[in-house]
Design a protein around this ligand. Structure first.
Ligand code: SF4
Ligand code: SF4
Length: 119
């Protein structure tokens, strides 16, 4: 499913020459119109969630990531200093689940050549 844009939350990354969603989308699918984000070719979206994580306004979400569910859930993300807060909404806009995923290695104990795979 393509990304959903909540135009009431999108501020168009005002002041930026290129919006964060335009900058990060690997498919170059975003553009702005009247100060709001738009998706150029929704069918070309890979569901990679890069834009969902990058949007500072939580205006972007992905629908129906759960193939086992017939409900239209949405997934949004909020970048924090050391983690990403993922929120799952039901079709009424209520949060039904959320989780924190660390997004940085905070330990400086790693030595060169050491396996840096995150767990
Ligand atoms: S990153 Fe978010 S706020 Fe900025 S233009 Fe895209 S959707 Fe709008
Ligand atoms: S989910 Fe990925 S491919 Fe789809 S619009 Fe966002 S950044 Fe682009």
């Amino acid at each position: 499913m393509p990304v959903h844009i909540d135009l009431s939350l999108c501020d168009g990354c005002a002041g930026n020459t290129e919006s964060l969603c335009e900058e990060i989308c690997p498919g170059d699918l975003f553009y702005r119109e009247n100060g709001k984000a738009r998706l150029r070719e929704p069918s070309e979206c890979w569901d990679c969630c890069a834009c969902v994580k990058a949007c500072p306004c939580e205006a972007l979400s992905i629908e129906s990531l759960l193939p086992a569910s017939e409900l239209r859930h949405r997934l949004s993300a909020r970048i924090k200093a050391d983690y990403i807060l993922w929120k799952m909404y039901d079709d009424r806009g209520c949060i039904i689940n959320q989780c924190r995923i660390p997004n940085r290695v905070v330990s400086a104990d790693l030595t060169p050549g050491e396996n840096t795979t995150r767990t």
